[in-house]
Write a protein that binds this ligand. Structure first.
Ligand code: A3P
Length: 309
């Protein structure tokens, strides 16, 4: 599979549609992961990146796709056409993803690309292949406030037919608090990268900052990547990566994944793109229970989340 126009990603997924189901989770070093990932764990963890590769790491639904698009546009000097060469998961492969054949795994895609590659992962810090840190790869981490992250993940689990059934929202809140969702605990995830960011030169971003001032955050990413693009190009990148434009962009809105896998009639991948949507979902009682547990789980680590926005 090349990254060019002849990509057959969608066709491969269509062919595998009959073997798609809500895959069970298997724990890898205490972290629940989709069974196909767990079953291929040895080859995933042995992956050795090139020092020029960039890692974009997030807990699911924290703003991964948005960041991937910004980075791709920065690397292509804001050239929108160049960034429509293929859908997001082909341009910027998902390191650990494994699905039934003939869907290419993240490793299949990466092995056919030349560095520098932009690699997505949802793995918590301790499961990221050590080669990323040994080779001093750059890494961008994006964190999103817990309650909005949870709501976004809930809708995603409703529409993504490869993830376990989310069940009722109240039960989902408890699964989130207990770290029982795919890729494990949100709390451990955001803390893990936070505690390693200085030592491993990780750029730690917040979804809420990107919403508040996208230009400022695009410039931060540009500087971190040692790129120089003009003010006009920055303006263009901010515009091209607005929620509205990405929602309409078939190469960024995951319409490349057919409906038996991502049923966007249940909930679109580009759902709302807002800060504070949790207020439309949590009851005051649920919010209180969540906040009390949050205090305990985040004790001793002061990450400047803006959860109450
Ligand atoms: P919502 O479900 O709250 O709308 P990920 O890419 O990590 O899976 O994250 C998906 C979340 O980021 C979704 O959140 C999606 O709408 C939001 N998102 C994607 N692109 C965005 C953009 N350009 N601006 C704001 N939010 C965006």
């Amino acid at each position: 599979m090349s990254e060019g126009k002849e990509w057959s990603y969608k066709e491969a997924i269509e062919k595998a549609s009959s073997s798609i189901c809500r895959f069970p989770l298997i724990h890898v070093k205490g972290v629940p992961l989709m069974c196909h990932i767990a079953n291929n764990w040895d080859s995933i963890s042995a992956f050795v990146p090139d020092p020029a590769d960039l890692l974009i790491a997030t807990y699911p639904k924290a703003g991964t796709t948005w960041t991937q698009e910004i980075v791709d546009l920065l690397f292509h000097n804001g050239d929108a056409e160049a960034c429509k060469r293929a859908p997001t998961p082909v341009r910027s492969p998902f390191l650990e993803i494994c699905s039934p054949p003939p869907i290419p795994s993240g490793l299949d895609l990466l092995n056919k690309m030349d560095p520098p590659r932009v690699i997505k992962t949802h793995l918590p810090f301790q499961l990221v292949p050590s080669g990323f840190w040994e080779n001093k790869c750059k890494a961008i981490y994006v964190a999103r406030n817990a309650k909005d992250n949870l709501v976004s993940y809930y809708y995603f689990d409703l529409m993504n037919k490869t993830q376990p059934e989310p069940g009722p929202f109240d039960g989902y809140i408890h699964k989130f608090m207990q770290g029982e969702l795919s890729w494990g605990s949100w709390y451990d995830h955001v803390k893990g990268y936070w505690l390693e960011k200085e030592k491993n030169n990780i750029l730690y971003l917040f979804y809420e900052d990107m919403k508040e001032n996208p230009r400022r955050e695009v410039e931060r990413i540009m500087k971190y990547l040692d790129l120089t693009v003009s003010d006009e190009v920055i303006t263009k990148i901010v515009e091209l990566t607005s929620f509205k434009n990405m929602k309409e962009n078939p190469m960024a809105n995951y319409s490349c994944i057919p409906s038996p896998v991502f049923d966007q009639s249940i909930s679109p991948f580009m759902r709302k793109g807002e800060v504070g949507d949790w207020k439309n979902h949590f009851t005051p009682e649920q919010s209180k229970i969540f906040d009390e547990d949050y205090e305990k789980q985040m004790k001793g680590v002061s990450i400047p989340f803006r959860s109450l926005i």
